[in-house]
Design a protein around this ligand. Sequence first.
Ligand code: NDP
Ligand code: 2IT
Length: 450
Amino acid sequence: MNYINNTLLSLRASSPAQDEFYQAVEEVLCSLAPVLESNRLYQQQAIIQRIVEPERQIFFRVPWVDDKGNIQVNKGYRIEFNSALGPYKGGLRFHPSVNASVIKFLGFEQIFKNALTGLPIGAGKGGANFDPKGKSDNEIMRFCQSFMTELYRHVGPNTDVPAGDIGVGAREIGYLFGQYKRLTGRYEGVLTGKGLLWGGSLVRKEATGYGTVYFADYMLNDRKENLQGQTCLVSGAGNVAIYAMEKLYQLGAIPVGCCDSSGTLYHQGGIDLTLIKTLKEDKRVSLAEYLHTHPSAIYTPVADYPTGQHALWQYTADAAFPCATQNEITKTDAETLIANGCKLVSEGANMASTQDAVECFIDSGIAYGPGKAANAGGVATSQLEMAQNASMQRWTFEDVDKQLMRISKSIYQQASETARTFGQPNNLVLGANIAAFKRVADAMIEQGVV
Ligand code: NDP
Ligand code: 2IT
């Protein structure tokens, strides 16, 4: 369709060298072709041109002093992408690979993910090209304080509410919150993923991983199957991966492999999750240390793997849960997974699969849950944290978990019903994109040209 091609061409010209961002936009726009053709209003209102342009992009210097007294400088970002449905909402990523393209793709995905939750949240994303690996607690604190010293003027409980993502967990949210409070003198819900002692919500820590597994279960239930006894590969060994594995065990599945940025772990009898929590949450060390306790497990360092990527998708399993980072499943990985009998892929990570890998999954007919639908439980529970903060309430674990299940189910239903309506019942990418787009686009039209 010319209209979509022209938009993509002009995006490449006006925002050069942003490959991840183009990839995310192209996937969404291609799904929207049937809607844009049938409803001229979206074209008349220039919704596509408006939705691909962030409302505001904040780029800032983050200077800090390391333990040796050397001055370090990082790049900080907050992209306030779309506020049609509510205050900007989305995580902060601290990782050396962060750049404007990565933050823009994540912010763009967040528009549709947040719309699918049905909750009043707009979309934003931020972070820094800071590498937390090998940094002391004091260095992490000083970095977070410097980052918030610029960010605080742009965020607030009714304007923009950041949370965690790669490299940002409860420790970093604590330091960021402390500095915000010191600078503004206000104790308020400006961040989510807060500690349970000071405004955090029960289930937020678990929510993304749990939600991704609930989503998988709903996909399987529609096929008259469930997760009981299924072997699973779960990439990553961070927040999302750990709580995906926890929920898999609770539902009777067996996670047999996971990975981190240094290598891949395969343990045929089932991953020892208590040990993984100790290694990754408490000690923050490499998965290689798992072998000290379980010498029979197989650990493949990234350097030993021919493509330089992790080796996880080479293993045979019934289901795959990519929960590490973007583009971690290539077309070759997808073909290998399918050839080995994998029947389900549910993405805890954002844009976990390359575009040709996604096509492979959809064409093969396996159950495929794209990240913006399958991992929305995290941000949905963040909104439940905002609701508790605003009403000065504290809900029980069971209450929040029930709402997480209800929202995850509703997202699955919206995506699958929309996919069916548009004649592609197995294409949840199409279903999720169209259902989300309509909600945001209609709100944008009602709010005028802003
Ligand atoms: P964490 O930082 O807690 O964990 C990331 C994990 O992935 C780490 O174990 C890390 O390794 C590993 N990893 C990172 N890059 C690679 C790589 N190239 N190869 C192998 N392993 C890698 O982040 P989260 O768990 O929070 O985030 C994971 C994904 O989930 C991201 O895509 C994020 O955007 C997405 N997401 C997160 C949400 C949240 O609530 N946190 C919500 C929705 C989506 P190492 O241990 O060595 O650092
Ligand atoms: O990608 C995501 O949805 C997140 N990192 C969580 C965002 C949030 O605001 O909880």
